[in-house]
Design a protein around this ligand. Structure first.
Ligand code: SF4
Length: 460
């Protein structure tokens, strides 16, 4: 297969890395890829120290289970202090491939017996082979791999190339976020994922010649079909009945019993922001020496004994992290907002925190005295009463996971919006507009916004 050289394409890949930082309103932003979301406790500790020494001291968790650090000074390149520290910590193993190591893996894999196969080893193998193939450094930084262990948690998160194993020794090959219908033996799964990536690059060649830039398989003019056809022809894979994938909307929280008397502890990180002090605590209670980041901007500590679990819960709670279900922070995400993003109309993170603090008001609304939902008008303004709104309090998560997720955004771009059904809170300049299922409420202040969010999420 011929792999094109995209070094001359018309639009540079602007995804940040540790070596190529993004210049944000609050300084340099570096993103460090964490394949499978897996960090050693020592790596997390070093991240905390480096974030404090070179940036704002906050580690942001991303929806790809990567991390980013903001407020970095203008230092850049392989000689920069921050990048040097990441490299020494083993977090920058391939300068040429650093931005293409976007690999999701089921965070609880191998912990609790719910999956079909432990995808930890194949995720590490995929990372190794990806970095070993020079041509794959040309993948766009937005290209995403996902290895689901069979429980269906990361299979529906929109990966360009992914796996969903069955109990039959085979896996569905996911292409562009959907089951391609191709079936691959588990022992050939990693080569199949790499074949998808190579087929994508081959499809990009004629587009690049015309000056067209495409970042994801789903953006190809012909859709994913040519990529699927190339992979089928190259590997001789059989076909099966495609299965429907659903995005999981929240990660594991609380104690998850596992094997050998050990448990995993799922941790909610409020708004996906870990302070350096919180990261140090998290690293300190990771008794197995491992911390797994999740695509829901949380973390999992695997392999804890009962006493270790109790110690971890006490330490994490003391640091302001959430170790059980039912927290008002559960399922709440926000974009960067001010001061980090110059496009933002407000400090959405601060507003989201204020809204959470007004939970009593929200509960009153959800009990029946709150606002009704109206179909969204073109202007985003609330239409007149009687134009078709429904009562609030119906926004339950169809997957049975409790209330709906909510995402706060400082402008209409809604960066970081989770996949699936989500209550969206969008800054308007005069307050917020709360959107759900094509209906909206325009809110002038945080109290109204909090009430509308509670009603939309279905909180009781
Ligand atoms: S949604 Fe808008 S305000 Fe928020 S990070 Fe994206 S561009 Fe910035």
């Amino acid at each position: 297969m011929v792999i094109p050289d995209f070094s001359g394409r018309s639009r540079l890949d602007a995804c940040p890395g540790a070596l190529q930082m993004h210049s944000a309103a609050d300084g340099g932003l570096a993103r460090i890829r964490v394949p499978g979301g897996r960090l050693t406790a020592a790596q997390l500790r070093e991240l905390a120290h480096a974030a404090a020494a070179h940036g704002t001291g906050v580690i942001e968790l991303t929806s790809r289970a990567n991390v980013q650090v903001r407020g970095l000074r203008s230092e850049t390149g392989a000689g920069s202090g921050f990048a040097d520290r990441m490299a020494r910590a083993g977090l920058l193993p391939s300068p040429t491939h650093e931005k293409v190591r976007n690999i999701l893996a089921s965070p609880l894999t191998g912990c609790d017996g719910s999956g079909v196969v432990d995808v930890g080893p194949p995720a590490a193998e995929l990372d190794r082979l990806l970095c070993a193939r020079p041509a794959l450094a040309a993948l766009p930084g937005r290209f995403l791999f996902a290895l689901d262990d069979g429980r269906g948690d990361v299979a529906g998160l929109g990966a360009d190339a992914g796996l969903l194993p069955f109990g039959t020794g085979e896996a569905a090959l996911i292409v562009a976020g959907a089951d391609s219908g191709l079936r691959v033996p588990l022992d050939a799964a990693v080569p199949a994922l790499l074949a998808v990536a190579e087929a994508f690059l081959a499809e990009l060649a004629p587009l690049a010649a015309r000056g067209t830039t495409v970042w994801r398989i789903g953006e190809l003019p012909g859709g994913p079909a040519p990529v699927v056809a190339r992979v089928r022809a190259a590997l001789g894979l059989r076909s099966g009945e495609p299965v429907r994938l659903r995005p999981a909307v929240r990660g594991p929280v609380g104690v998850i019993p596992g094997r050998d008397g050990r448990a995993a502890l799922g941790v909610t990180v409020p708004l996906g922001r870990l302070t350096s002090a919180q990261a140090e605590v998290l690293a300190g209670v990771a008794a197995s020496g491992e911390v797994r980041l999740t695509p829901w901007r949380g973390a999992v500590l695997p392999g804890l004994t009962r006493p270790e679990t109790e110690t971890a819960i006490a330490g994490l709670r003391g640091a302001g992290l959430v170790t059980g279900p039912g927290s008002p922070w559960d399922g709440v995400s926000a974009c960067t907002g001010l001061p980090g993003c110059a496009k933002s109309l407000t400090d959405v993170r601060a507003d989201a925190a204020t809204a959470i603090a007004t939970a009593a008001t929200a509960a009153t609304v959800a009990s029946g005295s709150g606002p009704g939902w109206s179909p969204r008008s073109e202007s985003g303004q609330r239409p007149p009463a009687g134009s078709g709104g429904r009562s609030g309090g119906e926004g339950r998560d169809a997957a049975g996971g409790g209330t709906l997720p909510v995402h706060w955004a400082g402008c209409e771009r809604r960066c970081g919006r989770p996949r699936g059904r989500v209550v969206e809170v969008v800054a308007t300049g005069d307050g917020y507009r709360v959107d759900l299922d094509g209906r909206s409420l325009t809110c002038a202040d945080i109290e109204q916004t909090a009430a509308a969010v509670a009603a939309g999420r279905g909180e009781k």
